[in-house]
Design a protein around this ligand. Structure first.
Ligand code: NAG
Length: 331
């Protein structure tokens, strides 16, 4: 069954599965990594879903900025779920194989979501730029409809880039070895395994990487630089400090995200870098999705208030439920 589907899909493919080597063999280290990744993944899912629920359910959070944060959190849930659950399953079962179909699917979904994430980060920074530097024009530039167009546009753009890149890779022949020295199916470790001529695919992937990463990176950094210059002109020192702290924390997280992405997808594969790339992939695949809700949403005053309201509502609801049998008997 497995063989027929992958043969239909690509009749050059001799290999029907790959082996993801992950982070080596040492047993204690594996347990430690497993525990760390489980905790991080649970926090990622809980934090991001909490924000989605708040944004969808709270009347006070129905503005473009919170729509963006809600959609961003939703994206983070999908994004980390394309990689981490499968990795955790490999730790538990010790079965490191992945079907070639599954491998290309993971490659496609990941490529699509990581590029959407870049687009969304730049849209979010642009939104803050307009709000802070062009406050009088904010209402005309940003509204729910514009946010929706930007979201759909980002997704379509990213999906078409991913289709292009992944279809090139899936045309290659793989005739063994099948061990991928990485913790998920990614472009360059896969290309290394191919027995076809990969030079044109490598070039195309490099160009896709540039087109995917550089424009959103430049837009994001420019927005933050403009915001920070605007903040430095604010006269009140306390306001300045708070705004500066917020912006610089965004800037740090965004920079770590982009720098590690660029190291992996744009820098050439020298022999030392090739072995390090899977470690450079940890920040942008596993760590940013858990940090982002803390940095972007949970420090925000409105989100904190909304959380408090939700908490009280929850307590009251439980209180009423607890009392209702009593009320009924009294009635
Ligand atoms: C995503 O954005 C749209 C508006 O463009 C909004 O209606 C929707 O609630 C947002 N989704 C989440 C999960 O925040």
């Amino acid at each position: 069954m497995q063989i027929t589907t992958s043969e239909q899909w690509n009749n050059h493919t001799a290999i029907t599965e790959f082996i993801l080597l992950g982070f080596g063999e040492a047993h204690e280290f594996q347990i430690l990594l497993f525990l760390a990744f489980v905790v991080i993944y649970i926090l990622t899912i809980m934090g991001n879903i909490l924000i989605v629920i708040l944004v969808v359910s709270d009347q006070h959070l129905q503005t473009p900025m919170y729509y963006l944060l809600g959609n961003f959190s939703f994206l983070e849930v999908c994004y980390s779920s394309t990689i981490v659950p499968k990795m955790l399953a490999r730790f538990l079962t010790g079965d490191k194989s992945i079907s070639s179909w599954g491998c290309f699917a993971q490659l496609f979904i990941f490529a699509c979501l990581v590029s959407t994430e870049c687009c969304l980060l730049s849209v979010m920074s642009f939104d803050r730029y307009v709000a802070i530097c062009k406050p009088l024009h904010y209402a005309t530039i940003m509204n729910g409809r514009v946010v929706l167009y930007l979201l759909v546009g980002s997704l379509l753009y990213s999906a078409s880039m991913a289709v292009l890149a992944v279809s090139m890779v899936s045309q290659l022949s793989f005739c063994g070895p099948k061990e991928i020295d990485h913790f998920f199916c990614d472009f360059s470790p896969l290309l290394q395994l191919s027995c076809s001529d990969t030079s044109h695919v490598k070039l195309l992937n490099f160009i896709c990487g540039l087109i995917d990463l550089l424009p959103p990176f430049i837009l994001t950094i420019t927005s933050y630089v403009c915001i920070i210059t605007a903040i430095l002109r604010i006269s009140s020192t306390t306001g300045r400090q708070k705004a500066f702290a917020t912006c610089s924390s965004h800037l740090i997280v965004v920079s770590i995200f982009y720098v590690t992405l660029m190291i992996v997808y744009i820098l050439p594969n020298t022999s030392t870098l090739r072995d390090l790339k899977k470690f450079f992939a940890v920040p942008y695949t596993v760590l940013t999705p858990v940090v982002n809700p803390l940095i972007y949403s949970l420090r925000n005053k409105e989100v904190k208030k909304s959380l408090e309201r939700a908490f009280y509502r929850f307590i009251c609801f439980n209180e009423i439920k607890r009392l209702s049998p009593l009320l009924l008997t009294v009635g």
